[in-house]
Design a protein around this ligand. Sequence first.
Ligand SMILES: Nc1ncnc2c1ncn2[C@@H]1O[C@H](COP(=O)(O)OP(=O)(O)O)[C@@H](O)[C@H]1O
Ligand SMILES: [Mg+2]
Length: 358
Amino acid sequence: MTNQFQQDNLIGQSNALLEVLEHISQVAPLSKPVLIIGERGTGKELIAERLHYLSKRWDQSFIKLNCSSLSENLLESELFGHDAGAFTGANKKHEGRFERADGGTLFLDELANTSGLIQEKLLRVIEYGEFERVGGSKTVQTDVRLICAANEDLPTLAEAGEFRADLLDRLAFDVITLPPLRHRSEDIMPLAEYFAVGMARQLKLELFEGFSSSAINQLMEYHWPGNIRELKNVVERSVYRNADTHAAIEQIIIDPFASPYRPTKRVKTKERQQTPSNDAKPTVADCSTEVSANNGPQTEASLSFPIDFKTHCEQGEVRILKQALEAGQFNQKKTAELLGLSYHQLRGILKKYNLLDK
Ligand SMILES: Nc1ncnc2c1ncn2[C@@H]1O[C@H](COP(=O)(O)OP(=O)(O)O)[C@@H](O)[C@H]1O
Ligand SMILES: [Mg+2]
């Protein structure tokens, strides 16, 4: 894999991103730890890869591990390995990520909530380049460049005593903070085009027909809480749903759950667990919004056909609009955001249902 290949994969021209890229080029050649901070989906893993491929270790291993998905014991043995017989089921010696990454880079994702024990062992590897396998007495030497990522503010966690301050000092030789997508809106369309072309290729479409101006508006005005990962999903979904039309994409489906029939009443799992008599599986009626019997849409379970499909859907839309307006304190900009619509789209729909200025 060449550096150029990596570069081609990282899309974006915003100043915010260019500054990050410059920062990366600067810190990449050093073998010091780097901390990458950013909201989910901002590209922390891609940035970590880039740091590796721009470093002197580029032709050595790049090993990753997501720390949040494992229990303390498993994480310890994944990181540091274990000797045969270390615990029940440990039949063979197991090489940990630190050993496998020797000479290269180890990327530890979602580090914020690791336990005190793990943090202590990490501190020792960083300080002395050595550790022991679980259940082993031999000290293993390792030469690993550590890159860690978190989507939480680690100094705050350290102040609260939930993260070792001495480890944080070591990890944070340099910190790269990734800007959320909503703060680099110039990158939205280049990224969207890139993901759309990729999806069109995957679907074996002859060409990608582009986005209509209303689709572009939708993409530009949404606030992207899930950042680039969310944008990728949304664009890929829109391309695939539009595949038969042979026309530019008109509609961006931001929320695949959106439906007039979407259940809105939350089932309180805890309450259910506390009342043994109530442990039957939730029925559709349980989870659905309560609606008045004669004029609201019925739940799927209680539909008695024939129905007037159009009226039924419209009633659902009105119900959603009213709820969203209330949730957005009747601020239309906020309500539009809650619905993944642009301000003008929301105004249009409110007008259609005569709900403006109420
Ligand atoms: N600048 C970028 N150009 C192209 N794709 C990107 C970019 N940044 C992130 N992505 C893509 O977005 C998704 C999420 O990125 P990832 O690095 O896993 O985010 P994080 O680790 O911050 O949650 C991945 O599919 C990644 O390839
Ligand atoms: Mg990640």
